[in-house]
Write a protein that binds this ligand. Structure first.
Ligand code: 5GP
Length: 189
């Protein structure tokens, strides 16, 4: 296994679906072009706008299970009836090469990363409340009503784990949240 370099950091952005993780990660990457983005694997079907290898590596359930069995995931979780996971090798290679690596994953996965790599920086993004989260999921328009109900129910459970994170930011306003996040990261990295 490649050893992380002494300066490289694994940064984990987690929190409920719809809280704005993806938007904040895109902004982080645009402003830190040397950071490496980890493209997750999933057994979920692609949405119409999603591109294999860019948004996710879309795998069959069998291919996903093969990666579980051969230890290929740094972390993986079942979220809302689908599997999602971070492939170990690209993350370890980037860290060994002195790069910071950014993960955007669910709370179960974030807790696994912390157990495997205690020096990882875990950020929890919280919504102002669950009604706002539901409105955002509805506005995003990528999930049907039953799926949104499940995502909001999962969010309520995820919000009970904030104390396991190194920092918690509430995303009421994207610009303010981004400013708070980057101010914190600049002291941690
Ligand atoms: P979505 O179906 O909306 O793309 O993602 C559902 C949830 O899975 C989101 O909270 C997202 O952050 C999370 N997720 C995406 N990639 C990964 C991953 O590699 N591992 C884990 N544990 N969760 C992930």
């Amino acid at each position: 296994m490649n050893q992380p370099s002494s300066t490289s950091k694994l940064i984990v952005i987690s929190g409920p679906s719809g809280v704005g993780k993806g938007t904040l990660c895109k902004r982080l990457l645009a402003n830190h072009p040397h950071w490496v983005w980890s493209v997750s694997a999933t057994s979920r079907s692609p949405r119409p706008s999603e591109v294999d290898g860019v948004d996710y590596r879309f795998l069959s359930p069998e291919a996903f299970k093969a990666h579980i069995d051969d230890g290929g995931f740094l972390e993986w979780a079942t979220y809302n009836h689908n599997s999602y996971g971070t492939l170990r090798q690209p993350v370890e290679d980037a860290l060994a090469g002195g790069k910071n690596v950014l993960l955007e994953i669910d709370v179960q996965g974030a807790l696994q990363v912390k157990a495997a790599m205690p020096k990882a920086k875990l950020v929890f993004l919280a919504p102002p409340n669950l009604d706002v989260l539901r409105q955002r999921l509805e506005t995003r328009g990528t999930n049907d009503a039953a799926d949104i109900d499940r995502r909001v129910a999962i969010a309520a459970e995820e919000l009970t784990h904030t104390n396991a994170f190194d920092a918690v930011f509430t995303n009421a306003n994207l610009d303010d949240c981004y400013a708070e996040l980057t101010a914190w990261l600049s002291t941690e990295l």
